[in-house]
Design a protein. Structure first.
Length: 680
């Protein structure tokens, strides 16, 4: 049987031939990739020459294409597992995950290989900064994966990592299953009161897709969020809220409570085996924050700065609800979005539905691409000859300002059955310079869950969805502009509390009038978004900003509470959660709701003991955007400096070194406080 993974791709820019890949191609490719990896390691450790940077760290002279098989097939499989999965893919993931974890352990615990790496680490030729970074990353990577442990502890580590990788996978599969299993099916038109036409039409389409009459609402963001904000029927809001906030807590096969408990303990045991008191200590050794005290210092400063304003915001919403419903009205969590929206309308006369007609997806795409062109001179051209894995996905060639090919960019916009919730950026190929000296350009992808088109309307987005697009696009620029020698230091391969800077930086443009004027035109009349509407939007930009900040801080506190545990975690998850984040919680907590069991970032993603990164990077992004505001938001010289100092450098230097090179000094929290109206 021919297998596309074993042959040279014949697609434009050697892109993944998605249309040729079938499920049965994956397992043989995984196994062959592992075999080739093992073969390569044997060649390195049996090399009769003394270990050097060139013959051990970068394996100079080895066939790069031949030995890249495992990376290639893993990229495709695990990206599809998040964006276009099915029961057969899920079953294969359960089968292949332990095999891959065992292989990873076989490599990182290979004593002969580590001794060669250590020999180079202890004694090597003069290295460039980037070579030095790669050597340190390689050596540290082996040490942090257990290379210095005795044989007994290595076996313990193997068992922990194999169990942990399977449980992380199970966590994600359970969450996807629970999310897609629930629907709110409405057959009485009166129950749609308050909902805008866009939501009613989308719900009718969702019902039709399921061969049902009436209207269907789901837990996907474009359906859930607007329902909670607009639906007058309080009981239906309660049902939807409780479904969303009790996911994976029910007495069924998708319950994640014990899985979370075990994952927390696995990570603690792993860290302690490696000589750290807690998992957070282990993680933060390789972060800008550097230690637990600095993380709590940031989170506590934010609580101190934002909590008084957040309490005022909450009390204003409560007062609005009482004005509308009477003094006896008792606010519940499923009321917050509804009455908050009513207050926003009263104060600023602006909401998502007023903006939607001006935020048609194809125009937004043009606006986002146009912004990249205006800042960096790059251009995007859709290429329908590049294969994609689903009709929703668009593939683009990206060209640099001098016309040379820069990258392939995939965009996957809408929710569907086999797709995880949320939004993320990923890569199918990262940038590096191969041994022939060719600059291999990246293939990056952004995956989102934005409002879908309906039978009579194109996809009309909310401003929040535009911000999500800008966020993921910022990550993709980090990937596309990568210009480093080594793949493992390229693009977004940076310290975790630096990786959100390029993404959050781009979100700032969503509130800039000059940017909105470039693409925000009414989808029917072609009229630009009125200045008066934009002014109201900007006036209300900080509406409930303090509550939003505390929400992020609460998640950071929850994350740290789990991963600063020194002793076995035996608490019940739900009460532990309520206690862990209470300093940042200003609303009512219900005893049966639970965030932990659906908190993919810290249970199945890379954010364990790192969720604070979003707020850490927000300090950086506000500080960086303040430079653009001072020098001009479209200033190409400033943008070029941002590209040269940060976006193209990947992880080749310490992130603070890169940031200071761009800014000319250390970042401060002041720009964030000023942007959010907390400090005048």
């Amino acid at each position: 049987m021919s297998n596309p993974f074993f042959e040279k791709y014949t697609t434009p820019h050697d892109t993944v031939p998605f249309t040729e890949i079938k499920l049965e191609h994956f397992e043989p490719a995984f196994l062959e990739g592992i075999r080739r990896d093992d073969e390569q390691i044997e060649k390195i450790i049996n090399n009769p020459e003394s270990p050097t940077f060139d013959n051990t760290i970068i394996n100079e002279g080895m066939d790069e294409e031949y030995y890249s098989l495992l990376g290639n097939v893993s990229n495709v499989f695990f990206n599809l597992l998040s964006s276009e999965t099915n029961d057969d893919m899920e079953a294969l993931a359960q089968k292949i995950q332990p095999v891959l974890t065992k292989h990873h352990n076989d490599v990182s615990l290979n004593e002969k290989l580590f001794q060669r790496i250590k020999a180079v680490y202890d004694n090597h030729r003069p290295l460039t900064k980037e070579e030095e970074m790669l050597l340190n990353k390689t050596y540290d990577g082996f040490v942090r994966s257990g290379a210095l442990l005795n044989e007994e502890d290595k076996q313990k580590l193997r068992a922990l990592t194999e169990e942990g990788s399977l449980l992380s996978l199970q966590f994600s599969q359970n969450l996807l299953k629970e999310n897609k299993a629930f629907t709110l099916h409405i057959t009485n038109e009166a129950d749609l009161a308050g909902l805008p036409d866009t939501q009613i039409t989308a719900a009718a389409m969702a019902a039709k897709e399921r061969n049902l009459d009436g209207w269907v609402f789901t837990l996907d963001a474009p359906s859930y969020g607007p329902f909670m904000q607009y639906a007058k029927n309080r009981e239906l809001r309660r049902q939807l809220y409780m479904a969303r906030n009790t996911e994976c807590t029910h007495d069924n096969d998708s319950n994640n409570l014990e899985i979370c408990k075990r994952l927390v303990n696995i990570r603690r045991e792993t860290a302690q085996l490696l000589g750290y008191e807690t998992f957070a200590d282990y993680v933060l050794k390789k972060r800008m924050a550097s230690n637990v005290a600095n993380v709590y210092d940031l989170l506590n400063k934010l609580i101190e700065a934002y909590k008084p304003t957040a309490i005022k915001e909450r009390d204003e919403v409560k007062a609005m609800a009482k004005r509308m419903e009477g003094d006896d009205f008792k606010m519940q969590p499923w009321d917050t979005a509804y009455y908050s929206h009513k207050l926003q309308l009263e104060k600023y006369n602006v909401d998502a539905e007023m903006l939607r007609p001006y935020l048609e997806l194809s125009k937004v795409i043009g606006g986002v691409f146009g912004l990249a062109n205006r800042l960096y001179g790059i251009t995007f051209k859709e290429n329908k000859d590049i294969p994609v894995y689903h009709p929703d996905v668009k593939a683009y060639e990206v060209f640099d300002k001098d016309g040379t090919f820069l990258a392939v960019f995939y965009a996957d916009f809408h929710p569907r059955k086999g797709k995880q919730g949320g939004a993320w950026m990923t890569s199918y190929q990262e940038q590096f310079i191969n041994q022939k000296g060719e600059n291999i350009r990246p293939h990056v992808s952004v995956v989102m869950n934005l409002t879908k088109p309906t039978d009579d309307k194109p996809a009309l987005l909310t401003l929040g969805e535009v911000e999500t697009f800008l966020h993921e696009f910022g990550h993709s620029l980090h990937g596309m502009f990568a210009n480093t020698r080594f793949e493992s230091l390229s693009g977004t391969n940076v310290w975790w509390d630096f990786v959100e800077l390029p993404s959050q930086f781009m979100e700032n443009f969503a509130m800039e009038k000059e940017f909105l004027h470039t693409f925000a035109f009414h989808y029917q009349t072609g009229e630009p978004m009125p200045d008066e509407l934009i002014d109201r939007l900007i006036a209300g930009r900080n509406y409930n900003v303090a509550s939003g900040c505390l929400r992020q801080v609460s998640l950071g506190l929850l994350d740290m509470a789990y991963y600063t545990k020194k002793d076995e975690f035996t608490d019940d998850i739900i009460p532990f959660e309520k206690e862990a984040w209470k300093d940042a919680i200003i609303g009512k907590q219900l005893p049966e709701t639970c965030m932990t069991v659906q908190f993919s970032h810290i249970m199945a993603g890379g954010y364990s003991a790192g969720y604070y990164s979003y707020k850490w990077a927000e300090v950086l992004d506000a500080d960086a955007f303040a430079v653009f505001k001072k020098e001009g938001i479209f200033n190409q010289a400033t943008a070029q400096r941002f590209r040269d100092c940060i976006l193209s450098k990947g992880g080749t230097e310490h992130p603070m070194t890169l940031y200071k090179r761009f800014k000319g000094g250390e970042p401060t929290i002041d720009a964030l406080l000023e942007r959010n109206g907390i400090k005048k």
